[in-house]
Design a protein around this ligand. Structure first.
Ligand code: GDP
Length: 296
């Protein structure tokens, strides 16, 4: 279910409830069930939805509702707050500082949009006056280096990689060292992906991470993976110290639910979303506007 539809369903559920003359537990339950269905169809993990439902029931006081307060507003506010809470990782992610060298490592499954997102992230910061650089430590996917090279060249961002070297750890270390010497302040390391979560991928990720000691590890997740989001995000988090999430492909058939699951699984905030294939189709993620959009 796309975001707008989800927002529509929730708004409809709230509207139906506010049309009811008596707001009793049955009406509130019906409303919450409707909202639950909408969130599930948007791929929010079942457990998260169930927890939200329980919390709302605790928060919303039926007597207040009966007393003629604006029922719709009370419920809507409670739903809004709960969804915001789900997207709140509790602490901000490490934020690189301009002028001070930081290493940011990107991880994610193949096809998630990792390489594209590395360039978007670099380009976003470059426009703000940073000196980013890209390192291609993906030696697994044929063509990964060419793709990064092409993107980096287009954006006039320095890059490092190798056609000959097959050890991703060596490439990552050499690239990071080189760009530190060149006074780059944002050194972005693109790592290999795999079609699925595999031990070999996680081992490689761990080694690259150990060798380059990134200040931040960003997990890139395709928003269309549906209910698999929680498990996938958790698997990455268990292997490497994920500190932030970027959700890609939020354009088109994008679903909002995966973002909530990724936050819950990694205890890390979503920092950006990808909204298209182009370099500048990239937005800072902001919880409140996102939830407002979700609620329609
Ligand atoms: P990787 O294997 O994870 O490095 O994935 P790529 O960066 O090669 O991206 C896989 C495909 O997804 C490419 O065709 C990208 O153009 C596309 N892609 C990446 N991010 C987005 C996005 O935010 N929106 C859309 N529509 N496509 C994206």
């Amino acid at each position: 279910m796309v975001l707008a539809q989800l927002g529509g369903s929730i708004s409809r559920a709230l509207q139906q409830m506010s049309n009811a003359t008596v707001i009793d537990e049955k009406v509130l339950n019906e409303c919450l069930n409707e909202i639950t269905r909408a969130l599930l169809q948007s791929d929010v993990q079942f457990k998260l939805v169930r927890d939200m439902q329980t919390n709302i029931k605790k928060i919303v006081n039926l007597e207040d509702l009966a007393a003629g307060h604006n029922k719709r507003k009370i419920i809507q506010q409670a739903v809004f707050n709960e969804l915001c809470k789900m997207l709140d990782a509790g602490k901000p992610s490490f934020t690189p500082k301009k002028g001070k060298p930081s290493v940011v490592m990107f991880v994610g499954l193949q096809g998630s949009g990792k390489t594209t997102t590395c360039t978007k992230y670099a380009y976003y910061h470059q426009k703000k006056g940073w000196k980013p650089a890209l390192v291609c430590a993906d030696t697994f996917r044929a063509g990964a280096f060419d793709q990064l090279k092409q993107n980096a060249t287009k954006a006039k961002i320095p890059f490092y990689g190798s056609y000959m070297e097959s050890d991703p750890v060596k490439i990552a270390v050499d690239g990071v060292e080189r760009f530190k010497k060149e006074n780059c302040d944002l050194i972005i390391v693109d790592t290999s992906g795999r079609h699925k979560q595999e031990a070999a991928l996680f081992e490689e990720m761990r080694q690259v991470s150990e060798a380059t000691k990134p200040d931040l590890v960003i997990f890139v997740m395709d928003s269309s993976i549906g209910q698999a989001a929680f498990d996938q995000a958790q698997a990455f988090k268990q292997s490497v110290a994920v500190g932030a999430v970027i959700v890609t492909k939020m354009d088109g058939h994008a679903k909002g639910g995966g973002a909530l699951s990724a936050v819950a699984a990694t205890k890390s905030p979503v920092i950006f979303i990808g909204t298209g294939e182009h370099m500048d189709e990239f937005e800072v993620f902001d919880v409140k506007p996102f939830v407002s959009r979700l609620l329609g």
